[in-house]
Design a protein around this ligand. Sequence first.
Ligand code: GDP
Ligand code: MN
Length: 413
Amino acid sequence: MNLHEYQGKQILESFGVSIQRGYVANTPDEALECSRKLFNETGTKIYVIKAQIHAGGRGKGGGVKIAKSFDEVKEISSEIIGMNLITPQTSKEGKLVRKVLVAEDVYYDGDSDKKEFYISVLLNRSTSKNMIVYSTEGGVDIEAVAEKTPELIFNEEIDPAQGILPFQSRKIAFNLGLKGSAFKNMSKFVTNLYMAFEKSDASLFEINPVLKSSDDKIIAVDSKVTIDENALYRHKDYESMRDLNEENPVEVQARDSGLNYVDLDGNVGCMVNGAGLAMATMDLIKLAGGEPANFLDVGGTADSERVEKAFRLILQDPKVKAILVNIFGGIVRCDRVAEGIVSAYKNLNNINIPIIVRLQGTNADKAKEIIDNSGLNFLSASGFDEAAKKVQSAISWQKGILFLFLAPFWHFF
Ligand code: GDP
Ligand code: MN
């Protein structure tokens, strides 16, 4: 589950990490209220208005702006709320901004230079350890730093059984070139950041930039946080942080129907029971020259209601050119599943792509009969190989049609 910047900062604060203070607003009037509150609390006269969407690079896209008066707060937030924000991390269409974070300005001038760093905590699956990735070159272009000057990006592995040790947080502060109170503050910042990552069951905490202010404070200016969904049951207070507006609507619908569905980019939809068989089916599709359009595990009880819901989900994707149903009847009987598939097909009555059905297990023969005698646009298969071949011919047949259609115009291309 991804969080908004302001939600990530709430979690950081609860673990004692110092953050750029701010309040979230849904309307320009609320934004004005937020800035008045900030003025009363901190005395700040400059405010940063930041679009809250689940994507980074907002500064580049015009989603982060400075306001130097209450009037400007209202003006800028009315521009940003409701705008369609396009950043290097959104799709071409961009994302609708529904909320802004009104934050205090922390880039004020003072006794020492300001400096922006990059710090993130994540899991390194290949070493089974957590990892703190950090760089002196924080700000907006960390991807370019990683590509052009990878030597400026450091990492520190943390043994999850031991947690972060004092020498590690000091080493990070040292490598970031800090001294005196900035050094101490950074060391504390890193320790608390690691605690936040661990205790919230996150898979990512990325803070870019971490600011060393001109009075040597170390402050989280931005936050990108992902919480492991499987651990959400331990964090009831984070559940309300889910923003369905930011999530893939088909995946939200699938979750509501109790189906495990992940949207992918390919052209062959798959409906499978069991995660292992679903993974194998995706491999099968690739071997047949297709690309899976989704991962979908309909679960153990593949009854007609669930099958119909699953078809509806898959058919919402216009890229799908064929569907492969691959179900093993262990607990469920294949003939029941076949009846479910036939009745779902009839209920949907707008399916105009081939469906390859492979049902194996209890009553598989009866199931094949039901599919073959349905008079509908099904291609039944018994083996994995046969299923793969039928997927292949279904998609190449369509490519063939496209070719026949385009061939007379070839000299225009
Ligand atoms: P992102 O573009 O989505 O990563 O959004 P950030 O929260 O990182 O903000 C983008 C940039 O805005 C930062 O790198 C800062 O340079 C700038 N910024 C953020 N807060 C302040 C602030 O309080 N004052 C000033 N002057 N600039 C800020
Ligand atoms: Mn950022």
